[in-house]
Design a protein around this ligand. Structure first.
Ligand code: PEP
Ligand code: MN
Length: 373
């Protein structure tokens, strides 16, 4: 329902040189800090200059942002440097203040997106305005929650609407502050191809050194743009010091980023790609066939275990499976983290398959009204 009615980014009335590009500090800390950072970005093709003025901090007692007076500084940055400006909003009062100061872009942060009451009250405040609004993904890896927030804002009549992928909190260690879980934004794009999708590699990475390759990764996945934290002096930043780029590092990154196209030019590209795709299709057929066979065996094992009253979970066997498969994966140069995740999913499904017969009777009964979220 949202697909046809969303305004493409090039019609948002903001500068767009090849891609949508937002940059600026995590937080507005002083007028001087904003001016120095904007000075460092002078001439960059920014769609908007960002700065948080109300900061959703995890712990009280940390820098909470400077509120409305920082909005005035942002407006002065726009006057002096010509950049459109944007900030995060978390309440209807923020929306009202940001629009009263004429901010060009508003975004809903990752901590606000999961709260339906907060998002609805922000959406209500946006009704009848022509605001440009970006919705960051929720902290937890849940596509429905992200979609729900986008729908609430869309239902309020906002048509210049986009999504920002800033990564997800997960339990396992990765090199990132917030795991990318690219499959979630890719699925969002599959469902809503008309919705602009922007990557925020800064909150995703949590460290400046891997922001550039992550930004390139997003462009390789056909994202429409980037939102990057840039501070004139990152070590002194009052929030997110480790992940902000200097203006110079940002410029270097921009100079090296390659914007990919969905398809390549010419016959050699097409022929080679056809061949590779064909091979991938065959491998995927084999994978599905092997998975089906593995689950058939799991079912047979489940029957045997039940007849002999043996538990479904066999911790020693599971430990051995994981260790041997990881060793084999290592030898083949596969990432242990990847193979371990694949095996955890396979193992979980095998347990499910073995337990299935016990649910058969329950499944025949009418459900007693499943809990609806
Ligand atoms: C931010 O953009 O500074 C911010 C607080 O990000 P997030 O909502 O993604 O944590
Ligand atoms: Mn930040």
């Amino acid at each position: 329902m949202m697909n046809g009615s969303i305004t493409p980014l090039r019609e948002w009335g903001l500068p767009m040189a090849g891609m949508f590009l937002a940059a600026g500090p995590c937080s507005a800390e002083s007028e001087e800090q904003l001016r120095k950072t904007a000075e460092g970005l002078k001439g960059c093709p920014l769609s908007f200059f960002r700065a948080g003025v109300w900061k959703p901090r995890t712990r009280p007692g940390t820098f909470p942002g400077l509120g409305e007076k920082a909005l005035e500084w942002l407006v002065r940055v726009r006057e002096e440097f010509g950049f459109p400006v944007g900030a995060e909003v978390g309440t209807p009062q923020h929306v009202e203040a940001a629009l009263r100061h004429g901010l060009d872009v508003l975004w809903i942060g990752a901590r606000t997106t999961p709260d339906p009451f907060a998002v609805q009250s922000i959406a209500d405040a946006l009704k009848g305005t022509d605001a440009r609004v970006l919705v960051k993904n929720p902290v937890s890896p849940d596509l429905d929650t992200w979609l729900g927030a986008l729908e609430r804002v869309h239902n309020a009549g906002v048509r210049r609407l986009g999504a920002v992928h800033r990564g997800f909190a997960t339990s396992h260690d990765t090199r990132y502050r917030n795991a990318p879980l690219w499959r979630i934004p890719i699925e969002l794009k599959r469902r809503l191809p008309g919705l602009p999708l922007i990557c925020d590699p800064s909150h995703l990475c949590g460290r400046a050194d891997i922001v550039p390759p992550t930004a390139q990764e997003a462009l390789d996945l056909l994202y429409d743009g980037l939102m990057v934290e840039v501070h004139h002096n990152p070590p002194e930043a009052l929030s997110d010091a480790g992940q902000q780029l200097t203006p110079q590092a940002f410029r270097e990154m921009l100079a090296h980023l390659v914007i990919r196209k969905e398809s390549g030019d010419g016959l050699p590209y097409e022929m080679q790609m056809q061949e590779l795709r064909h091979t991938v299709d065959e491998i995927d057929d084999d994978l599905v066939e092997l998975l089906a066979r593995r689950m058939e065996i799991a079912r047979a094992m489940g029957d045997l275990k039940r007849r002999h009253q043996v538990s479904t979970l066999q911790p020693t066997r599971w430990k051995e499976i994981l260790a041997t498969r990881l060793a084999a994966a290592r030898k083949r140069g596969l990432s242990e983290d990847f193979v371990s995740q694949v095996y955890q999913i396979i193992h979980e499904e095998a347990i499910q398959v073995q337990e299935e017969p016990m649910f058969r009777d329950a499944d025949k009964r009418e459900p007693e009204g499943p809990e609806k979220k």
